[in-house]
Ligand binder design. Structure first.
Ligand SMILES: [Zn+2]
Length: 353
């Protein structure tokens, strides 16, 4: 049965310099990708242990153990459970994109572009030339609302547009997850970044809390929230899930997402620090520091990713400032400058190693 399926599915792979494009096949209604051409291009090795059904995939000091028919994977001796099992056929070993993408990205340190019918794998870039700017909320999700009815979704869109414009001027290709007042599910936002092979993901938000006096800027990277305050901001930004018409398999997806972002923790933290410094300086905003929380919107990104809480819309003085074009522009210039500074530093480090 399986054999016939493999014959029926056309297999194509083409090589272009330091990347490989592999066609996605459908096996019993699920999407699968052959790892053979990917491993070949990377100079990795795949060994089979026929008796136990074990498959060893190795390159350098990275080792992956797969078991035919099992959703469990050992990455450098650490076990991970995925939604779909590994499938071995006559012409290769097949993994679902949900398993393969994190393994390539976090295990082998590669950049991947997942399309509808193919997967392209690149050796990791030394350049940051594509950035996704994500204006939080939108459409039926207004985000936080000020006393004078200013909506977070409107202000952050203005900021995002200016950030993108500034970065484009500096030669960085920018993608906006939304350029109008439109609802976009959280998951879709990082999907846009992953599918476009972006190098950075920056989500822009405004903060809110009960106290009308609280003000300041904080920049988050993805990790477990440690303080009560971090947990409160996390809960508020994640609450958009209630606007989404779907069930979230949180437990399962969280494993994949944590794996995706673990690789980029230090870069994300560094990016957060650069942005915080520039925004607080340009916007003359108090710094509340770099923080960490488990934001859904950051979890699926296979790249350094941060969430900027520019200032508090719940503070009437801040709300008034958000109506000032110059202030909004300064926040945007600060975010763009922070990204630029991180980019310069990162490229310098990568190229001198
Ligand atoms: Zn928000």
């Amino acid at each position: 049965m399986l054999k016939i399926l493999f014959f029926l599915c056309l297999y194509t792979a083409s090589y272009k310099g330091n990347n490989v494009k592999v066609a996605i096949k459908e096996l019993d209604g699920f999407r699968y990708i052959n790892i053979e051409p990917i491993s070949k291009l990377l100079g990795g090795k795949i060994n089979y242990l026929e008796k136990s059904g074990r498959i060893f995939w190795q390159k350098g000091d990275v080792s992956i153990v797969l078991i035919d028919g099992s959703p469990w994977v050992l990455l450098n001796a650490k076990p991970y459970n995925f939604p779909l099992p590994v499938r071995k056929g006559d012409d290769g070993v097949f993994l679902s994109p949900s398993m393969l993408v994190p393994l390539l990205s976090s295990g082998f340190n590669l950049t991947v572009e997942l399309g509808d019918d193919s997967l392209v794998v690149f050796e990791r870039k030394l350049k940051i030339d594509k950035v996704v700017i994500d204006a939080g909320h939108g459409g039926r999700d207004p985000g936080a609302i000020g006393l004078k009815k200013t909506k977070e979704k409107d202000v952050v869109l203005k900021i995002a547009r200016i950030v993108a414009n500034e970065l484009e001027k500096a030669g960085v290709n920018c993608i906006l997850t939304r350029d109008k007042d439109k609802f976009i599910p959280l998951e879709k936002r990082t999907e846009i970044a992953n599918q476009n092979g972006a190098n950075l993901f920056v989500s822009i938000h405004l903060n809110a809390c009960r106290s009308r006096k609280t003000h300041g800027c904080e920049v988050y990277f993805l990790s477990r929230a440690r303080t009560g305050w971090e947990r409160a901001v996390e809960a508020r930004e994640n609450s958009v899930i209630k606007f989404e018409e779907r069930e979230l398999g949180v437990d399962l997806e969280s494993i994949l997402w944590d794996l995706a972002q673990a690789e980029y923790l230090s870069e994300s933290k560094e990016l957060a620090a650069y942005i915080l410094k520039s925004v607080t300086k340009k916007g003359n905003i108090k710094s509340l520091g770099v923080k960490q929380a488990n934001f859904f919107v950051l979890r699926g990104a296979y790249m350094p990713a941060v969430l900027v809480e520019a200032d508090f819309i719940s503070n009437p003085k801040c709300e008034k400032r958000f109506k000032d074009k110059g202030f909004v522009r300064n926040i945007a210039l600060g975010i763009a400058e922070g990204i630029e500074k991180f980019r310069a530093e990162y490229e310098k480090q990568m190229n001198y190693e």
